[in-house]
Design a protein around this ligand. Structure first.
Ligand code: NAD
Length: 486
């Protein structure tokens, strides 16, 4: 039986309480292994190790040395690519074709992209006039914040974890990571890589467990945590923000969304269909940036609905390793129940089910897995719960619109503000609409096209703060001003 242990101070450790929980493969609900749940003592040990490491060789390393070490980590992930791929696909059930193009290569790239930004970032400097005519020189000096708690979700486990760990370490911090209870594998494997690459003990730590009364809460309330970076649901973000308020610790919150896709009649329809297929259904719809509300200009509404339906009919469901598979199960039985409850609710709220809405017949070997059908609805009211609440499944509601003003108002009619996509060949309109949307990220004629140097984060209830590129520097470092009287 495979075991997933906590990784503390460079060693894999079990838990004093002996508490363990199951890790299951959502493809067929088979048992992958047992996870050692960290209690308060293990979390305290991980935080203490991370704090001590700040004072050890890691704290004395130059930026160039750290960056070299992180380059090695990226290279080692790529050398052990197949193991990471296997671990990620077992935990999530996602097709290998997706994980091998997105999750694992981006997981490795996150250790390089930010290092390059950091190495090339200038510091601010101001010359001040003084009455004696000699003046003074000010310059900014960035220092690591200290011990960063990294709380992760399950939808892109390695990618979203390294997206935070990469910059945190590049800036000289140490981390204690709490992966999602659903996906413990790749964070654990990364512990082996850290040791192989010679990253000093205590720099990267992993504690397994749940949120409340478990590793997540123990970690975020620990007084020696200097800052918390979190990706997950908005309601969890609120709890973490409260925890961070004690001791005035800094937070970065990347939370939920109910993202609109806006399709104008003058768009390149082939591209809009292809992009919306991806934004609604890739990763079984479990992408925070995914589109769950689609607004289509009335003259092309019927054609768009029929073509998206035809696209869904082409999706191939199956095991991650099977050839041609582009659609896997949801992450867990629990999430399947949640998504199916919205499928029932849609019908109760009066939706027209264009396609899907149920559980697919996968055959005796897979029927126990967390499978749901990709689903399209039309005809719901703008205040329907299915149109306003984040489902985080492979589904979208499509609604016609008549004017630019109307669709901007519809798109902004949400408490969320993560991302949006706009499909039009009219560049002036594209910019006008993109700038009017209350979101952190707006794509025009594309989706999930990410440049790691750019700002990433959400408006409204989709988060607080921006990470990515130089923006990560603000969160992962403390900026000190040094003033020298000349
Ligand atoms: P979640 O909020 O349930 O859990 C996220 C993490 O928080 C897990 O590790 C969990 O154990 C931990 N946690 C839960 N309660 C906690 C508590 N009280 N204290 C400390 N830690 C706690 O989210 P999820 O279901 O894992 O992920 C899906 C959600 O994440 C969706 O809402 C999705 O939109 C969002 N998401 C956002 C982004 C983004 O960049 N904005 C990216 C991916 C996912």
């Amino acid at each position: 039986m495979k075991e997933f242990k906590n990784f503390i101070n460079g060693e894999f450790v079990t838990t004093a309480s002996g508490k363990q929980f199951e890790n299951r493969n959502p493809v067929d609900n088979s048992l992958i292994g047992l996870v050692h749940e960290a209690g308060e003592p293990e979390v305290a040990a991980a935080v203490a190790a991370a704090k001590a490491a700040m004072k050890g060789p890691w704290g004395k390393m130059s930026q160039a040395e750290r960056i070299k070490l992180l380059d090695r980590v990226a290279a080692r992930i790529n050398e052990r690519f197949d193991e990471f791929l296997d671990a990620e696909c077992k935990d999530t059930g996602k097709p290998r074709s997706i994980a091998s193009h997105i999750d694992i290569p981006r997981g490795a790239a996150n250790f390089k992209a930010f290092s390059e930004t950091l190495a090339n970032h200038p510091t601010e400097a101001f010359k001040l006039d003084t009455p004696d005519g000699q003046g003074a020189l000010n310059y900014g000096h960035r220092q690591p914040k200290g011990v960063i708690a990294v709380i992760c979700p399950w939808n892109l486990p390695l990618l979203l974890m390294t997206w935070k760990v990469g910059p945190a370490l590049a800036c000289g911090n140490t981390v204690v990571v709490k992966p999602s209870e659903e996906t413990p594998a790749t964070a654990t494997l990364l512990g082996e890589v850290m040791n192989e690459c010679g990253v000093p003990a205590g720099v990267y730590n992993v504690v397994h467990g749940f949120g409340p009364d478990s590793a997540g809460a123990f970690l975020t309330t620990h007084p020696d945590i200097d800052a918390i970076t979190f990706t997950g649901e908005t309601r969890t973000g609120e709890v973490i923000m409260r925890a961070a308020s004690v001791g005035l610790r800094n937070i970065s919150l990347e939370c939920g969304g109910k993202n609109p896709g806006i399709v104008f009649a003058d768009c390149d329809l082939d591209k809009a269909i292809e992009g919306t297929m991806r934004s609604a259904f890739v990763n079984c719809g479990q992408v925070c940036l995914g589109t769950e509300r689609v607004y289509v200009e009335r003259p092309i509404f019927n054609e768009f609905v029929q073509r998206l339906k035809a696209g869904v009919e082409q999706l191939k469901l199956g095991r991650p390793e099977d050839a041609g598979v582009d659609f896997g199960p949801l992450v867990s039985q629990e999430h399947k129940e949640k998504v199916l409850s919205y499928y029932s609710l849609a019908v109760e709220e009066g939706a027209n089910v264009v396609i899907g809405g149920g559980v697919p017949e996968m055959g005796p070997e897979l029927n126990e897995g967390a499978w749901v059908e990709p689903t399209i609805w039309t005809g719901l009211a703008d205040d329907a719960r299915v149109v306003t609440e984040e489902i985080f499944g492979p589904c979208c509601h499509i609604r016609p619109f008549d004017t630019e003003e109307e669709v901007i108002a519809l798109a902004n009619n949400t408490k969320y503000g993560l991302s949006a996509t706009v499909w039009t060949e009219n560049t002036s309109r594209a910019c006008r609409v993109a700038e009017s949307l209350e979101v952190g990220i707006a794509w025009v004629n594309s989706w999930f096209l990410r440049d790691l140097r750019t700002a990433f984060g959400g408006a409204k209830e989709s988060g607080i703060g921006r990470e990515g590129g130089v923006h990560g520097l603000e969160f992962y470092t403390e900026l000190k001003n040094v003033c020298i009287k000349l």
